[in-house]
Design a protein around this ligand. Structure first.
Ligand SMILES: [Zn+2]
Length: 481
């Protein structure tokens, strides 16, 4: 048995050094276990266990894009310094150029073109040497002069001390490849989304759009991430104290490093009307995740007058449900039409922070902070992101286009639970429902535009008709400032 143990140790060392040793590991199919056998012994009933199967190596990741950019410097100088973010006691080293948010522990290394002779005297050395491995492999780098290379790690303590594979990350092509076929990535790269309100829902939507390949973001929010936000917001505890726009910017870049992200720390109020109007003008789509009616109406007015589609999302109190309104100016009802048809909306809107509670203190009664669970906000955010994608790809062919048939309503309603005290308290259980409303389903709701809507309709004609006047005889309104 001790013989077997020493053979296993020998085989493990051989795997770590990626060299043949005195013994090797095999999976014995009859015994159903892993055993060590002497190298050279035929084992017809067994499977060989290789270094790749062992998957015991740390990984050093270099940026292909960076290396291509620096290639002429490397060929001229013969070596280049390279910095890494070191994770998990050095188990993973990720080149700093790839890190939006690094580990806090850095490791320095030297990149050397050609075989490094002997062991490195100090620090980590990565030799970049020609290889005949196929170029699609992640451990192969193709230089600008079209030669395949691999990286070989040499550490001061010797090659087997901390075995690590060297791989190359080619960010943009690799991310595009995963999205290609499903989405029109080149179109999305050119699209600009204005995200107003980066609480849990707004930030989740922004990150989903980044994953889908949207290339330009403008973020607007006045708040900072607090400890209490962390249970719901995609930003984590290490981000507490930062503005939500900057937290979200990093989350976007972690998913889509090529994205352009512009941030604005400000209130969504009339005092910032002109700045907001400029941002709306610069965008293709507006996503409004603010949780008070005034800000939604202000954004609505700006979007309708700039003819920009907008999607508004929000949760009900303690997120027992949520709703989404999609506005295509002058084609579908706007936020003002919506509010006019549903006057009680504000009373049931979710209040998730004391600031929000203060902002909507519309009565003498103190407004309680009643946040819901992240789990209950997620379905609303994903649906909102999907509707946003449909708008961004509206005039392009994509696999999402088949959804136009299903998502043709202006207003969407979702319920997470039959909340006591609401009109949904007596919904039938999900399993027993026939045609009745239940939890966990999206309902598309149709309602008409208000022809006399002061924002998107012909308000003057309506007013004139109400007073028995001929609207064509009314004096023209002064131009808006
Ligand atoms: Zn309207």
């Amino acid at each position: 048995m001790s013989d077997q143990r020493s053979m296993i140790r020998d085989a493990m060392q051989a795997i770590a050094q990626r060299k043949p040793g005195k013994s090797k590991l095999v999976y014995d199919k009859t015994k159903r276990t892993i055993v060590a056998v002497s190298e050279g012994v035929p084992t017809p009933q067994a499977l060989n266990i290789t270094a790749d199967d062992a998957d015991m190596f740390g990984v050093v990741t270099l940026s292909s894009g960076w290396l291509r950019d620096k290639w002429s410097s490397l060929t001229k100088a013969g070596s280049l310094p390279v910095g890494f973010s070191s994770w998990d006691d050095g188990d993973a080293l990720t080149q700093l150029e790839l890190c939006i948010q690094g580990s806090g522990t850095h490791a320095a290394a030297t990149l050397v073109l050609g075989q490094q002779q002997g062991q490195a005297s100090e620090g980590i050395v990565i030799s970049i040497v020609p290889t005949d491995k196929p170029t699609h492999r992640s451990d192969v780098f193709v230089s600008p002069d079209n030669i395949a290379y691999r990286g070989e790690l040499i550490e001061p303590a010797g090659p087997a001390a901390n075995p690590r594979d060297v791989v190359f990350a080619d960010i943009e092509p690799q991310l595009d490849l995963r999205r290609a076929g499903i989405l029109e990535t080149t179109v999305l790269k050119d699209r600009t989304v204005l995200c107003i309100g980066l609480g849990t829902g707004g930030a989740l939507v922004a990150v989903e759009l980044a994953k889908s390949g949207v290339g330009h973001f403008i973020l607007v929010d006045r708040d900072r991430l607090s400890v209490g936000n962390v249970v719901r917001h995609p930003g984590g505890i290490s981000q507490v104290g930062r503005t939500k726009v900057n937290v979200t910017r990093n989350l976007i870049l972690e998913k889509n490093p090529g994205a352009q992200v512009e941030v604005h720390v400000m209130d969504v109020g009339f005092e910032n009307r002109d700045v907001l109007a400029g941002l709306v003008q610069a965008s293709d789509l507006v996503i409004c995740g603010t949780d008070n009616r005034q800000s939604k109406l202000l954004i609505n007015e700006l979007c309708v007058s700039a003819d920009k589609p907008a999607v508004y999302g929000g949760a009900f109190r303690r997120a027992y449900g949520g709703q989404i309104l999609r506005v295509r100016p002058k084609q579908s009802p706007c936020q003002q039409c919506f509010v006019s048809s549903l006057p009680d909306e504000a009373s049931d809107v979710e209040v998730s922070s004391q600031d929000d509670a203060d902002a909507i203190a519309y009565s003498d009664r103190p407004v309680a902070v009643e946040p819901g669970l992240s789990l209950d906000v997620l379905p609303i955010a994903t649906q909102l992101a999907k509707l946003a994608m449909l708008e961004l790809l509206a005039d392009k062919s994509s696999t999402l286009n088949v959804l136009k048939r299903d998502f043709d309503a202006p207003w969407y309603l979702w319920l997470n639970r039959p909340e006591p005290g609401t009109q949904y308290a007596d919904m039938p259980p999900l399993s027993e429902s026939r045609d009745e409303m239940t939890i966990n389903r999206w309902y598309g709701i149709y309602f008409e535009r208000d022809e006399q809507c002061p924002v998107c309709g012909d308000f003057l004609s309506g007013l004139a008709a109400a007073y028995g006047l001929d609207s064509t005889q009314l004096p023209a309104l002064p131009e808006k400032e």
